[in-house]
Design a protein around this ligand. Sequence first.
Ligand SMILES: Cc1ncc(COP(=O)(O)O)c(C=O)c1O
Length: 312
Amino acid sequence: MQATKYIWFNGKLVPWKSAKIHVLSHSLHYGTAAFEGIRMYDTKKGPAIFHLKRHMERLIFSAKSLGMDLPYTLPQLMQAAVDTVSKNKLKSCYIRPIAYYGFGEVRVLPTNCPIEVAIAAWPWGAYLGDEPARITVVKTLRIHPQTLRVKAKISGHYVNSMLAGREATDRGFTEALQLDYKGNIAEGPGENFFIVKGKTLTTPALGSILPGITRESVITLARDLGYKVVERAVTVKDALSADECFFTGTAAEVTAIASIDNKKMKTASGSSTDADAYSIGPVTKQIREEFLKITRGENPKYKKWLTFVKEY
Ligand SMILES: Cc1ncc(COP(=O)(O)O)c(C=O)c1O
């Protein structure tokens, strides 16, 4: 990971090395931080942050679910992200805002713990690589919606993601696919999941998943492209009999899935038996290309999803 010069830290841009927290910070001990992952893309009209407002709205929502009232408004948080990327002279990057309980007292309820906010940004490439992912259904179930606030993006939830991801990579796969407590497909540790059958895209309904901003964008885009999109329970059997599957996420963007537990997805010809011979399916390819065009400002219809940043 490439360090940049400045981090926005409790209202000020400070040198990267100075953005430090106390070792007794509440969120370090109890996983009580709300955070976001946002991408900024290089476009012909300068750098543009994808869905900045939606991400900051979700940050505020996630913080609220922990009882945190952030000391900054939505416009202030959006401006802080813009200031962070501008001051670091970035053209394309990943942006990580985080709101956490700092040091006050060490006890489960964050009594007397200050609410602190930081925003960092750094250059970042493809998350799951450029190749279609080879995924596995892991034993680690996605968190139960009555155990944690699954609609919120909370640091403690990522213990579940980390264990699932590690289970997959330890067995040589690119990424995990997690089931929900009912045994249906939920999502990846950091991605939402879609299956394609003919002209229909199906994605697990909300309930046991993070309502992804990329998921929401892909649903809109696919409908605009003439696909039918259904949100319902999706089983592993549904996925294995689909024409194509893909992941969506800020980090993963739109990532094709080559195989699930070494069972190859059908390719365009429907006949691939060799993982290496997998070529990205036509629907995933179209959605991925159209999505990337939007992020690069090449589709005026979706310009409202972008916040343009002045180049320095
Ligand atoms: C568990 C989980 N699901 C889905 C996603 C995709 O969400 P988004 O598209 O908002 O990045 C993420 C990434 O934030 C995630 O961590």
